[in-house]
Each structure stands twice: as C-alpha cells, then as structure tokens.
Design a protein around this ligand. Sequence first.
Ligand SMILES: [Zn+2]
Length: 195
Amino acid sequence: MRTMKLIESGNPILREVAEEVIDFEEAGQILDELEVLMREQEGVGMAAPQVGISKKIAIAEGDDWTVELINPEITFYGDKVTIAQEGCLSLPDLYLWVPRYRKVRVEYFDREGNSKRLRARGLLALSIQHEVDHLDGILIDKRGVTSDALTSLETSTEGANTSKADKTDSSVASGSNSPPGLRLHRHHDRHTKSV
Ligand SMILES: [Zn+2]
C-alpha cells in the first residue's frame, strides 16, 4: 500500500476534473487510506485529488455521519443558501466565506459498487459540496470571499445597487460560480474546520 500525503497547493492535479472510478477494489483501498489521513489532519472530509490521485473518490463528514463517495453527483439542491467560513487542507491558512446550499441530494456508489442516494443537510451537505468540488477541480478560492469582501458585499446588498458592488473583489458574488438566490447569512457559531 502506498502512504498518502497531501500534495502541494500549487499542484495542477488539484485543478483537474478527476476520472470516474472503474476499479472498486482499488477505490476501497484508497478510501481506507484517505480516512486515516483525514483523521490525522483533523479534517471533516478528504478527496483523492488532494493526495495526488485524480479519481472520483472522497469522504465527507457531518456531525453524525461519515459517507464514502465514489463517482458522486449532486442531483438536487435545496433553495436555501448559507454562507459560512470554510477552510481547505489543500490551501493552508486560507479561510473564506463560501456560499453553500443547505440541503443537497447526492447519488454515488459505495465501495461494493452499489448505487446509493443520500439527502444531506447542514455540515454534511457543506462537506459533500466541498468534496464534489474537489473532484471537479474547484477549490474554495474559486467559490468564496474574504471577510472584508463579505462586509462590503453585505453593505452593498442592503442599499440600492450602487457602483460599490463593482468595487469589491472581482471574484465576489454575482460571479458565475455563486449559486442563484444567495442570501447572505453569516454563521458565526460554527467552529471552522478544513475539508
Ligand atoms: Zn478541500
């Protein structure tokens, strides 16, 4: 068995769309090792590209659930979006406010190759969206904003649509990656963990 390590943040594998899994036996071994590394790093999720394996394999964790995802696809998004601070083990020391759907449904395969479906909410839903993003080569720096940018965004959305919004960071909201119907709602109570 190989010994897994997180790859450097500049490694292009992190920005690539991962390959579909065909060999489920190998996927099971990768999941075992990913979980060990995730516990070591005290993360609440981990995806194979983070260790340099460009395959659609990830673990997502919520308050009560840990789910192993192979070839996952989010097939339903609830209509509510929450913005919370997120970190990523592949981008050390970067914490951004990232909008995520509060509820999602994900379809995936387990390590036996069975087709599964799961409805998730809260932290698990967040973690699933973060991990599925990893498998699509999307990191939080393409989704989130800094605290400063969020503050100007909140200010600008409270008033009329002035040019102030245009002065905020170019990646802020209204960008193509922001989910529609974003309602700004900060979560201060969550202990920020990296995924
Ligand atoms: Zn991550």
